[in-house]
Design a binder for this molecule. Structure first.
Ligand SMILES: [Zn+2]
Length: 276
């Protein structure tokens, strides 16, 4: 057991002592239980800003700041206000990949219409070899998932023989995502050291998330990156974490509240994400 010496408001101290007198439990036990309850809620939790359905419908306004997103996770992906490029969140920093795949660190006050992050605490680790494409990468990851009904965070590190990625260009306001991605820029990096930041989401999440695998790439030197379309690698270190809690932060902007979100957004999203 560790000793923690913390300053707390007198009112909180009184409440703890009250509870201790009332229940006969020690202050240690009450504080430990309260803290573990608090952290359980944040462990293995997906934090998502807005829904993919809203994105598909063309709601690209600022719904959360990078600062808010980083308060809820250190690992994940998203996009920026106006659909201006791809977001990569890695090791507690948020990066912006522009239309040419050039990466810079995003300022804390930058806005995002959509993001999905977690506090990455991998539970399994392995090495995968001979990755020959996007679908093949999925086949390598599949056996490490015990269930199709929860979410997973997946991190892959190593040298990539080829990365084909895209980044979105800001479209005119109101453009649906599928039309916006028609003007996306695609680019290829070869023999590059880097990381794939990935999330796997269950089929049922389609109307509000991105079902299946979704990866964003960032190079080790943090200079290049984008939304992954295709990949080749000889050997990659893979770390994976099952995610069993979901925190969906719905926007309160007028654009979101008034948007017509419905229909088969999952199919439109799949087409926009992978050209499927
Ligand atoms: Zn993406």
């Amino acid at each position: 057991m560790k000793h923690a010496h913390v300053r707390i408001p007198a009112s909180l101290q009184a409440a703890i002592e009250d509870e201790s007198r009332r229940t006969g439990r020690s202050v240690d036990a009450i504080v430990t239980e309260a803290l573990s309850r608090h952290f359980e809620a944040e462990l293995h939790t997906v934090f998502q800003v807005s829904t993919s359905g809203a994105l598909v419908a063309g709601v690209y306004e600022r719904e959360a700041s990078v600062e808010t997103i980083l308060a809820h996770g250190d690992f994940g992906l998203g996009t920026f206000t106006g659909l201006d490029g791809e977001m990569i969140v890695l090791e507690g920093r948020a990066f912006h990949a522009d239309a040419n795949g050039v990466v810079t660190e995003a300022p804390r006050d930058a806005g995002a219409p959509f993001a999905i992050v977690t506090r990455f605490q991998p539970e399994r680790e392995t090495t995968i070899t001979g990755i020959s494409g996007f679908q093949d990468l999925g086949r390598h990851c599949d056996p490490l998932r015990d269930s199709g009904n929860i979410f997973y965070a997946i991190r892959l590190d190593g040298r990539f023989g080829r990365i084909k990625a895209r980044s979105v260009n800001p479209p005119p306001p109101g453009t649906r995502l599928l039309d916006a991605t028609r003007t996306q820029n695609e680019f290829t990096f070869t023999d590059i050291d880097g990381t794939l930041v990935g999330l796997w989401s269950p089929e049922f999440s389609g109307p509000f998330g991105v079902a299946g695998y979704h990866f964003h790439f960032i190079s080790d030197d943090r200079r290049l990156g984008g939304h992954l379309l295709d990949v080749e690698a000889e050997s990659l270190r893979l770390r994976i974490e099952p995610l069993t809690h979901f925190h969906l932060a719905l926007p309160e902007t007028e654009a979101y509240l008034k948007a017509q979100i419905g229909g088969d957004t999952a199919r439109e999203l799949a087409a926009a994400e992978q050209g499927r």
